[in-house]
Design a protein. Structure first.
Length: 367
């Protein structure tokens, strides 16, 4: 511990991070409104004014997006059913590779809601118990393994599929209507689902980031990718005065004050610990190769610009809007209740033939 130290006067990144979270959350709300208008068109059987389906809704279909990525690896082609989901997935992975698990704390709307609920809960518990609530490690570690088990299940199921099986599934009506089905899941939510969401909400008040920490397979994937990110939070043990402010500020309960380099699958690069550090040049983000300091501004703008650049690539290359016509969507919407998760390629072929036949018959009537 140094006898004298230079006070950390660097500007906090938290206000800008909050602004980014708000903007992306509002963007998601705007996408939701546009998607509602598209659903209204389908429910009117095409009699209402047509509203274009917003491609951004595909960001809420991570399993379909992962399948599209695997399909691209196998064939070198971007599947045309959910192309925006493909690029959104790549953008999220790209951000995580460069800046660690930053998507979760900077851009994810679910992460933003979880953070707000967690902040509310902490205010209550600090008043009552003068400290934050954290599960003991013998409960915490097994629970954290759940999201990795879920990730392993989805990864095994998808990567074990052949090129033919992937092509059939991605082109199937079930995958085409996945976003529509997701809409009705929430708009016509069952009592059981509502209870589950309510329980998760309450647990998030008691236990910070319960969903993100223990159940989110997307977060598990990004945590693994974050391990190989070249940019890490590093602590200068010579300058450190052992005030523990960094550890107290960490929303993921990482003991930042005990390590030289933060290597944790729970670190979301929110920079709360860096902002809380009271000593200049003590806790910084550094590139592990050049060992150069990465400023907060670079991280803040880099996360946003990288995400926008990769999704923008999908837009300018013509891989943003899908190739499904509004006529096909109308036909699928009529049969939505009959569309289930395909269990075999034979079932997919049979349904696709029926869909093509119905589409041809409708075209003849129009002509």
């Amino acid at each position: 511990m140094p006898n004298s130290y230079k006070k950390n006067r660097s500007k906090s990144a938290q206000k800008f991070r909050f602004a980014v979270q708000v903007v992306f959350s509002l963007l998601c709300i705007w996408i939701g409104i546009e998607f509602y208008q598209f659903i209204s068109y389908l429910e009117s059987n095409g009699t209402d004014t047509f509203h274009q389906r917003p491609p951004g809704v595909e960001g809420f279909l991570p399993i379909s997006a992962l399948m599209s990525v695997v399909y691209f690896i196998q064939t070198g082609q971007i599947h045309d059913v959910h192309p925006a989901g493909f690029f959104i997935f790549l953008a999220i992975v790209g951000v995580s590779f460069v800046f660690g698990k930053a998507f979760c704390s900077w851009l994810c709307p679910v992460g933003f809601i979880s953070e707000m609920v967690g902040d509310f809960g902490e205010k209550i518990w600090k008043k009552l118990f003068k400290r934050r609530i954290k599960l003991h490690s013998f409960i915490d570690y097994p629970l954290r393994a759940v999201k990795y088990l879920l990730l392993a299940f989805f990864a095994f199921a998808i990567f074990s599929m052949t090129e033919t099986a992937l092509a059939f599934f991605l082109s199937d009506a079930y995958n085409i209507a996945a976003d529509v089905k997701m809409y009705y899941f929430f708009s016509e939510i069952s009592r059981f689902s509502l209870i589950v969401i309510g329980v998760l909400f309450l647990l998030s008040i008691f236990i910070r980031n319960f969903w993100c920490r223990y159940l989110c397979p997307y977060g598990a994937l990004l945590g693994l990718i974050g391990f190989i990110s070249p940019n890490k939070i590093k602590r200068n043990s010579v300058n450190c005065i052992d005030c523990e402010l960094c550890a107290k500020a960490c929303p993921s309960f990482i003991k930042v004050d005990k390590v030289k380099t933060v290597l944790s699958d729970e670190c979301t690069s929110c920079l709360s610990c860096v902002d809380a550090c009271s000593v200049a040049d003590t806790l910084e983000v550094k590139n592990i190769f050049g060992k150069k300091k990465v400023s907060k501004k670079i991280i803040a703008f880099g996360v946003v610009l990288l995400f926008v650049a990769i999704t923008g690539l999908g837009m300018i290359t013509g891989h943003w809007h899908n190739k499904v016509s509004k006529e096909e969507y109308l036909i699928i919407h009529k049969r939505l209740d009959a569309i289930g998760h395909p269990t075999s390629t034979a079932e997919i072929k049979e349904f696709n033939k029926a869909l093509e036949k119905e589409s041809r018959n409708k075209s003849r009537k129009i002509n």
